[in-house]
Design a protein around this ligand. Structure first.
Ligand SMILES: N[C@@H](CCC(=O)N[C@@H](CS)C(=O)NCC(=O)O)C(=O)O
Length: 206
């Protein structure tokens, strides 16, 4: 296997996931996404979406999209930590439900809010940018975070007492964008406490 890594929150999700799952030893190639190497050959032939991360398998298949990469690694290991997807069909369904809600309603609007705002210079010639949507996308993400805050009251993690891919997704994005004009809302006390627990884990430094 070869892991195509770069700066940015998406590759970090996979690195934190691997740290929590106890997966080590996968060779890494770093892609210069600031310089745009991800948007040209030879990278485009590997991942036609032109984004990082990607995981090249030994049979030549390339897996992209962070949730697909994490699910694949969770299955094939070899891993020394617990599954971050789940042991039973019910656990796996619960993880995927929360991962999809978080991905669609929080991660994507946060990332696009950035791409169309602070990241406009970098992204305007790469993807279709809608600068006037930046503030609204950030606000939409914040609304869903406040919704989530009420739902995780009394829970250690998003899926109760199980650390899952949903926690990793949300933590990495909140942590990354907190420093780029999308700070944590101090009124979301449950998320703040959860964030503190996630930040204290050794995996946060991955
Ligand atoms: N939906 C993709 C998003 C990947 C993504 O946006 N990656 C960023 C790095 S955090 C990237 O490659 N940005 C450079 C670019 O889009 O040109 C996934 O799940 O992996």
């Amino acid at each position: 296997m070869l892991f195509f890594d770069s700066v940015g929150p998406n590759p970090k999700v996979v690195r934190v996931f691997m740290a929590e799952r106890g997966i080590t030893g996968i060779p890494v190639e770093t892609v210069d996404i600031r310089g745009g190497d991800n948007r040209k050959e030879p990278f485009l032939s590997k991942n036609p979406a032109g984004q990082c991360p990607a995981l090249a398998l030994d049979n030549g298949t390339v897996i992209a999209e962070i949730t697909a990469i994490c699910e694949y690694l969770d299955e094939v290991g070899p891993a020394s930590g617990p599954s971050l997807i789940g042991k039973t069909p019910e656990e796996r369904a619960e993880t995927r439900m929360w991962a999809r809600r978080i991905d669609l309603n929080i991660l994507e609007p946060m990332a696009n809010g950035f791409r169309y705002g602070e990241g406009l210079k970098m992204f305007q010639n790469r993807v279709h940018c809608i600068p006037q949507a930046s503030d609204d996308l950030k606000a939409a993400a914040q609304e869903k975070l406040t919704w989530l805050d009420g739902l995780i009251a009394g829970r250690q993690f998003i899926c109760g007492d199980r650390l899952t891919m949903a926690d990793v997704l949300l933590f990495v994005f909140l942590d990354f964008f907190a420093g780029i004009k999308q700070p944590l809302n101090e009124n979301n006390k449950n998320i703040l406490a959860w964030y503190g627990r996630m930040k204290a884990r050794p995996s946060a430094a991955a």
